[in-house]
Design a protein around this ligand. Sequence first.
Ligand code: AMP
Ligand code: MG
Length: 530
Amino acid sequence: MKNLNFNHHFTNSLPADDNTSNQRRQVFEAGYSWVKPTATCQPELLIYSPEVANSIDLNQEDCQSVWFKEVFSGNALMDGMQPYAMCYGGHQFGNWAGQLGDGRAINLGEVLNQAGEAWVLQLKGAGATPYSRTADGLAVLRSSLREFLCSEAMFHLGVPTTRALSLCLTGEQVMRDMFYDGNAAYEKGAVVCRVAPSFLRFGSFQIFASRHDFANLKRLMHYTIQSHFPYLLKGKSGEEHIDENTYLAWFSEVCALTKTMVVHWQRVGFVHGVMNTDNMSILGLTIDYGPYGWLEDYNPDWTPNTTDKQFHRYAFGKQASICHWNLAQLAQAIAPLFQDITPLQAVLDAFMVDYTQAEQHMMAEKLGFKAYQADSDAALCADLIALLQRVETDMTIFYRDLANITAFEPSQCWHVIQDAFYEQDAANDQVKQAWMAWFERYVQRLQADGLSHELRKKNMNQVNPKYVLRNYLAQLAIDQADQGDMTMLHALRDVLRQPYVTQEGKESFAEKRPEWARQRAGCSMLSCSS
Ligand code: AMP
Ligand code: MG
């Protein structure tokens, strides 16, 4: 087995739960509980990410070794690993849910790689922890495969995200009621090894605040700043240099990172699905891939999560304002560390203004403009968003094809976007007229910018992906993997490595959702059951 260099900054910085049993319980005045992964009967490595392996100094040979499979399915520990589950709380669907914690995630440790970067390795689905409440601590193949593929796809799309090192089957069968409708069935158990600089969440701060444990709240804040935001200390080390101004600068950073993350989501058409505060990373990483989905036809009200079907709280078009709401909960949690909360409120209040600016910039890039110009572009963007909803229009194909305009003529524009419509007949005369009127303004705007068609296309193709993890493609990979065939899983991982480059022979990965997938479970409807 290889030797990796593990450090224990997090566990050394916060108190451990002094109860070392694995009984489910409320854990007070502790940041985490020591807990070991549960051994599995017949682990099998299905896929790994060579890039992630490389970032923790593991090579291909390591990944194909027996010990790799044993360690990353939870059957063995490497020297220096001291596994633990973290304590956190959270607001779920707008309501305070109390203690949640790593109910089925176990941190193996933090690797310090040769480049000096620190990466936490975390198994998801490796057995019960004190935070498992009434659930089993396990995960199934379908959701684990979705997490593996999506986190890697997001990384290659340039979206801040946790990564995935490996996906293993455990050999066990796990009972799940996929739609909470009384139809429970056995599914294959699986474990993903996730990798990130930290898995701390908004809820990690909230749990201490909710219990008035301000000493640990402060400890966590200091650990977080020193370990993950050292630049805020401007070269000074030592506790005495951390004060209210540092806390404020930190909160402002979390707002900025969260804003950047959600702008990227809107750019690529990603819907997280469960933006509870326990699923919000303090590093602004996309975290906890559950019932997420990708926009097919452009519909801001769409959410793939059937658990949210009544209110659509976490729908595509609401993600930025939900980030704001979640940041307000984080601000509330850290407020007790401030004498004066006025500046904290001011930073929070600036969020939507900052977001809107970043979104405008992102839209200008998607449309191929040199820069956003409020006087012309506000109306142009708003009208486009409305038009995209008029008939079913595939978001990814639309933006990608829009770059193919080679003449400043509305009729040519209309021609290049034809493939984006789900039903050709739906694009009737009225719809066509509306589009032609919009294209009239769009080409004028492009002409005013004066970029060549080639350069504009090149710029647009860097922000408008050709390939995303379409919901039905992930489901096809799941169906195959469940039958023991990993071809689609590997093919998707490979194609999604270069989402902005048109790849020969890979047309089928860039096509519209087929009609059969419209209402199929797993393709357009998912639940939190995983
Ligand atoms: P999620 O909706 O996946 O973010 O999960 C919310 C909370 O439920 C977290 O504390 C999870 O650790 C916990 N949880 C979800 N699924 C399971 C499971 N199968 N076993 C134990 N805890 C779980
Ligand atoms: Mg979660």
